[in-house]
Design a protein around this ligand. Sequence first.
Ligand code: SF4
Length: 364
Amino acid sequence: MTNILNDCLAKSQALEIRQDKKLRPCCVFSGRGVDSLLDFQGYTDNEVQSACSKCISNETNGLSSRRDFYQNVLIDQDYGFFYDLQMSSLCNLQCRFCNPNYSTRLVPTYEFLKKHTDMEEEYTNVTSKWNPDLEKYLVEEINQKTKTSRVILSVKGGEPTIQPEFPVFLDKLQHKENIRLKIITNLQELPEYLKTAVGHFHKTEIGVSLEGVEETYEYQRELAKWDKFKNHVDELTYLKKHCDNLDVVFKPTISNHVIGDLDRLLGFLKSYDNQGWVRLKSGGLNTMVHWPNHLNPLHLPLLLKTDLLKIIPNEFSTIKSAIEKNPVNLKYWNHFIKHTRLLDEYYGTDFFNTPTGKIFQSYM
Ligand code: SF4
């Protein structure tokens, strides 16, 4: 058995912290977390085989893996370390593909779902505050490392822009000129401190989550407002024009609830190509929700897949060929129907009023 972790830069030059406050090499590593970087050495071959299965499967299928990503950013772009932080689950939205580990807002929703399904508890690490000891450790380590080398600091949520600890943490970083800051945001908020801070870092990348436009957007991202989002996109576009070290990039993740409306999503993304936003290539467009399984478009009924394949734009070619290749899974499909109906009942929404729901209707 090959131990892929031994041949991965994440083992020694990356650190992921998620809700359980344990350390792991990267965000797709699905194994046990450890207490110290040195403990990364102690994963057995079997543990690695299972924890790194996403990289193994992507590479086997000819897709780009997280391991490739580290090779690109650490070696080719000359950064010494990659911090990937999820310090709190505090969020302002309750998106349909998300769970309470990433949005505190989803706790009541999951309690409702648990009462009405046989869903086992899928969240155990909801945190609405940053851990002060961990924050202190990170500030000291980053300040030390950035005296002599450049690092990448990625902060995800929850939603970092509404977490009160985030601006305080940024203030404590002493060598911002050696930090490439990356944040992922739903962009329902665009605080003043962030607009000011971007100029102080070596580079800043603001990744904006977006899976559809208008009614698809508001359906997928329960509690979000399309107009507010669009205004902030335009504000970021303006900021980008006046700030050379800022990159702005859309981060779509395609799920069953949006898969029938990709043409309009593509039109929206393309309209920003010439306004300073990073032009999305195949890898950026072809990301799918893999978990929960019932929201992954690969398992849909055959006739529905056939209909969808006719209307999904060719720019999503990797998703199209994966849909074509993968077998139907009726268990996931039935779960999707039940989950969608229950959430519609709970939120007072109607999937069948969305462009994708109109296509799915005759199959549900
Ligand atoms: S999951 Fe991939 S990127 Fe993460 S440690 Fe394993 S091989 Fe490296």
